[in-house]
Write a protein that binds this ligand. Structure first.
Ligand code: COA
Length: 319
């Protein structure tokens, strides 16, 4: 029997404050119509002053642990994907570890921007498969609005804050993460990056994006990596029960669904309600669809994401 990582439960947390497209239209030259038409986004959540990535992550993690029926002290690995850590160091994962009162195992961050959750899932899955961890908390958490340039309408309207988490447990059988597929191509740096950092400018910096270029890359690279995941498991697209895509843009999501002949009933979409929450987007969508009973044990789920780097990836999971 193969040792695999089974998703025992998922949880999500969104900050209380909601900012609608109309709210943004009062402070910049944009409209609800433009944003909805180009992206499908209607609103985003924004963290309160003093509310950090670790706070959102800890809340999502508590909910994931409760849903999984797992006690915090059973966790021996925390992998947290974020682009907006509380501090340059230590890893935000260690803050979450302390908040959850976990004193064993290892906790560290993974940085792959919007693909971060897929990367973190792959890392944790490999630790579990190698026998180096039994129970892992995999988190995607962001206070992404803190790195936006509110004078740049081309990016400011696209992102939001939030966190999602899943609990993985080692088990022997057919269920669990069946494969993960990671890619990056640093030559495409200029399409999406932050113009600052501790080593370059000493300042945090702001998101810079060539929207059309990112769109083009997203459509082709996500299609390729979904196919790679299907091929690796000898599966056809019609065997996918659920596509849980990165929630960046409704048009990209619809494009993937169409390419693989998936009806909209098989695609989890949350981007309208919380915009692009970067590393948090996939676990937020997963937590919603597991929590409301749409995703059921035994079903085949494909997750995918792409972001700055460019870095992208997919995972195929039997729930
Ligand atoms: N409101 C109103 N108008 C806006 C606007 C906004 N928020 N942002 C840009 N515009 C304007 C532009 O200034 C431009 O005007 P111009 O023609 O007078 O110069 C026009 O709208 C078209 O801009 P363009 O950037 O060509 O639009 P687009 O059709 O490519 O849509 C995105 C822009 C960002 C929605 C689209 O490129 C996209 O979704 N890209 C992928 C982004 C993404 O998902 N990134 C994250 C990946 S992790």
């Amino acid at each position: 029997m193969t040792r695999r990582s089974v998703i025992l439960g998922a949880g999500a947390y969104l900050p209380e404050r909601v900012v609608t497209n109309d709210d943004l239209a009062k402070q910049m030259d944009t409209t609800d119509e433009w944003i909805v038409q180009r992206t499908g986004i209607r609103q985003r959540h924004v963290a309160a002053e003093g509310e950090f990535t670790s706070h959102l992550a800890a809340k999502a993690s508590e909910r994931a642990l409760a849903a999984a029926g797992v006690k915090a002290n059973e966790v021996d690995l925390i992998v947290l994907a974020t682009t907006t850590p509380d501090e340059t160091f230590p890893a935000t994962a260690t803050r979450v570890q302390a908040m959850l009162d976990i004193t064993r195992g290892a906790a560290f961050d993974v940085q792959a921007v919007c693909a971060g959750f897929v990367y973190a899932l792959a890392v944790a899955d490999n630790f579990i498969k190698a026998g180096q961890a039994e129970t892992a908390l995999v988190i995607g958490a962001e206070t992404f609005t803190r790195i936006l340039d509110w004078n740049d309408r081309g990016t400011a309207v696209l992102f939001g804050d939030g966190a999602g988490a899943v609990v993985l447990r080692a088990a022997y059988g057919d269920r669990g993460v069946l494969s993960t597929h990671l890619h990056s191509d640093g030559r495409t740096h200029d399409a999406l990056y932050v113009d600052g950092g501790p080593s370059s400018t000493g300042k945090v910096g702001h998101v810079r994006m060539a929207g059309k270029e990112v769109f083009k890359h997203a459509v082709s690279k996500l299609a390729q990596v979904i196919q790679e995941a299907l091929d690796a498991n000898g599966m056809a697209a019609k065997e996918i029960d659920w596509l849980v895509p990165h929630q960046a843009n409704r048009r990209i999501i619809d494009g993937m669904a169409e390419k693989y002949g998936l009806p909209k009933e098989k695609v989890v979409v949350t981007v309208d309600r919380h915009a692009n929450t970067s590393a948090a987007s996939v676990p937020l969508a997963l937590a919603e669809a597991i929590g409301d009973g749409r995703i059921k044990p035994g079903q085949i789920v494909v997750i995918e994401a792409i972001g700055g780097g460019l870095a992208w990836g997919a995972a195929l999971v039997r729930m």
